[in-house]
Design a binder for this molecule. Sequence first.
Ligand code: FES
Length: 349
Amino acid sequence: MSIIRLYPSGNEIPCPDGMTVLAALEAEGWALPNNCRAGTCGECKVKVRSGSFDQGFVLDMALSQEERQQGYGAMCMAKPLSDYLAIEWGTEDAKPTLFPPREQVPHIVVERLERTPSIVELRLRPLGDPLRFWPGQHVQLGSPPEYPLRNYSMANAPRPDGELILEITREPFGQTSTWLTNNVAIGDTLMVNGPYGSFIGDPATATPVLLIAGGSGLAPILSLTEAALRRGFAHHVTLLFSARTPSDVYPPGQLAYLTHRYPNFELQVTYTRHPHDPSCGEIPHYHGRLPGMLSDIFPHLADTAVFIAGSDAFVQDCTRAVQALEPGAVYTEPFTDQQGDFSSLSILG
Ligand code: FES
C-alpha cells in the first residue's frame, strides 16, 4: 500500500499495491482529468514532486521524453513504488467530488432504438443498486478479449431507477461498437463499469451556459442539459448542435420536450452536409462548419460558461473559436479514436 499526497491541498489517498494512481484517486472520489485511460492521450499528466513510480507503457506523444525527465507522469498508467508519491494536482481547498466507480455491474437492455442511420440508442437498467454518476460522465462497455472495453457517455441525467441511456455510434472497424449496434438485443445482460470522467457541470455556475456538441458528443451534453434544467437552473441555456443533415439530429422527442418545457432552453443546429433549405424544420439552423461561424452566431461570450463535446478535431477547433470570444469558462470532452472505436472520454479543461 502506498499513499498519494496531493499538492498543494495535502490530501492523502491510499493506493493499494498494483493499482494505478488514477484508479486510486477515482476510488476515493477525486476527479483527475483523463481521457484514454491507456497511456495514449496525455490528459492525466501531472508533475510528480517526490516518490518513485512505475510509469508503465505510455506513448511519447502522450508524455514526451523531455516531460518524463522534468518529472511528469501519466497517472492512468503510473503505479507507485515508494511509500509516498506526491503529485501536483488540484487547489488548496480541493475536495473529492466523484462517486467511486464500480466494475461488472449487470444491466439489462430494456430498449434499443435506431436513432439515426449511424447511432443506436441502448437503454440499460441495473439488476442491483443503480450506478451513481454525475451528468457528463461515462461508463465502459465491452466483453474482453473479443470486444475491448470502450467508453460511452450517459445521455440522460441520473434517475431513481438507475436507467442509463447510451448512444452508440456505428464504427465500421470498431469491434465493440459493431457488437453493441448489431448483436446486442433487448433482454440481453451487459456488464457495466463506471462511472468515469470529469466532464461534469459545475452546480455553482451562475451564468448563461452554451453547450456545443458535434455528432455523438451530444450524449454528455444532453445529460448536462437535462440535469441543469431539471434542478431549476434559471439562466439561459443554449444547445448548439453540429450535425451533417437533419436526419442526424436526435433524439427529436427529448429535444422538443426540453424546448417546450423550459423557456430558458434554446436549441440551435448547424448542418455541415445539407444544402440551404429554409423549409428544413422549425429548429433555428445554420449551414456550414461550426467553428467558422461561431462568432457570427454568438458575438459575445463573456460571462458565459461553455461546454464542448465531440471528436478531438471538433473540440479543438471549437475551443479555439470560443477562446477568441473570451468566455467565462470552458469545459471540453474530446472523443478519442481508440483502436477502431470512437469512445467518449473525459477531461475538464
Ligand atoms: S494518457 Fe492517461 S488518460 Fe490518456
